[in-house]
Design a protein around this ligand. Structure first.
Ligand SMILES: O=c1[nH]c(=O)c2[nH]c(=O)[nH]c2[nH]1
Length: 332
């Protein structure tokens, strides 16, 4: 949300600007041990953008109906779409930065911009080729799974425009671990009806957000230091796989530790999680493990947690590797 210098909220803009750019520059990233993700062809570089602007000078458009310096939100939409064609980079963050920079250059009275982009994922499909199956390169499948996102806030200052805040994210990740999660030992009193569970089918919804220490790394793609959402996703499922977790709280802490360990360029990681543990209908058979489950009923529990690099530095002894050798409460 954009504010003026006196703290007054004043902004306007356009949401749901669907931008389907084809054949953007391919992305190549460094590898990490938990992920096979090495980049993206960016044949489809698609985003849903929300763009808003602010300026002291726009006050009269609210108080007097003076539209003389109002850029119509319809024009903002056109601006974003046209500039998508000129973008030479390969990341969501870079695209948001490019559009913002061009908008400031074009409209001198705009003093602040907030821009958010949600990547719309399209998955490559395989077709029969001369030497077996190969990526079609032409036909893609729209995915409604988790997706990358980013948000940048710029302010025009005397020395030029500055990126003043940012976050990058992976939203709507939904993971199920069919066995190897427990929840017991919590307060048991006259309000408690939940039985102890020593092996529950843990289904979680997760949003993960991260920030870079050097704010410029978030926007101006130095790809050596770029953190792709796909690698964050892969770290999350690796930790989930490896650890026998006593709670979602503990699980997201372990994911946070590994993310900050793998990516020293990040200053903070933040989680929002939601508990969707499947309801057991037929207990798993001790021999075949076959069980039957259904959707849980509302209301649903949730957790929020952030970990900064400072927290990590103050807490070296809990770092992931030492934790692993300490026997991961989890190891199956
Ligand atoms: O991982 C969990 N954490 C909780 O705090 C909680 N509370 C609850 O009822 N189930 C769970 N699961």
């Amino acid at each position: 949300m954009l504010n003026l210098a006196n703290g007054r909220t004043l902004y306007y803009g356009k949401g749901d600007v669907l931008t389907y750019r084809t054949y953007a520059k391919p992305l190549t990233v460094n590898s990490i041990p938990e992920s096979s993700f090495r980049g993206d062809s960016n044949v489809i570089f698609a985003h849903n953008l929300t763009f808003s602007v602010s300026s002291e000078q726009l006050l009269s458009s609210f108080t007097e109906g003076d539209n003389s310096i109002v850029v119509a939100t319809d024009s903002m939409k056109n601006f974003i779409l046209r500039h998508a064609g000129q973008f030479n980079g390969s990341t969501t963050e870079g695209f948001l930065a490019f559009v913002s920079r061009r908008f400031f250059e074009t409209y001198a009275h705009i003093t602040a911009i907030e821009i958010r982009g949600d990547r719309i994922p399209f998955q490559s499909l395989q077709v029969r080729g001369e030497e077996g199956f190969e990526d079609s390169g032409l036909v893609y499948r729209r995915s409604h799974n988790d997706h990358a996102s980013a948000s940048l806030v710029y302010k025009r200052e005397s020395q030029g425009t500055q990126l003043v805040s940012h976050w990058c994210g992976l939203t709507d990740l939904q993971l199920i671990k069919v066995s190897g999660s427990s929840f017991f030992g919590f307060i048991r009193d006259e309000y408690t009806t939940l039985p102890d569970s020593y092996d529950r089918p843990l289904f979680i919804f997760l949003n993960i957000y991260w920030c870079y220490t050097n704010i410029e790394d978030a926007a101006e793609a130095d790809l050596e230091r770029y953190v792709p959402a796909e690698q964050i996703r892969d770290i999350a499922h690796h930790v989930f796989h490896e650890y026998k977790t006593p709670s979602i709280q503990y699980l997201i802490y372990q994911i946070a530790l590994l993310i900050l360990t793998r990516f020293p360029q990040l200053s903070e990681v933040r989680f929002e999680s939601n508990n969707r543990t499947w309801e057991t209908v037929v207990e798993p058979d001790p021999v075949t493990h076959a069980g039957v489950f259904t959707e849980p009923r509302p209301p649903f529990g949730f957790q929020g947690f952030s970990l900064t690099r400072e927290d990590l530095d103050h807490n070296e002894e809990t770092a992931v590797d030492s934790n692993a050798s300490a026997g991961k409460i989890n190891q199956p």
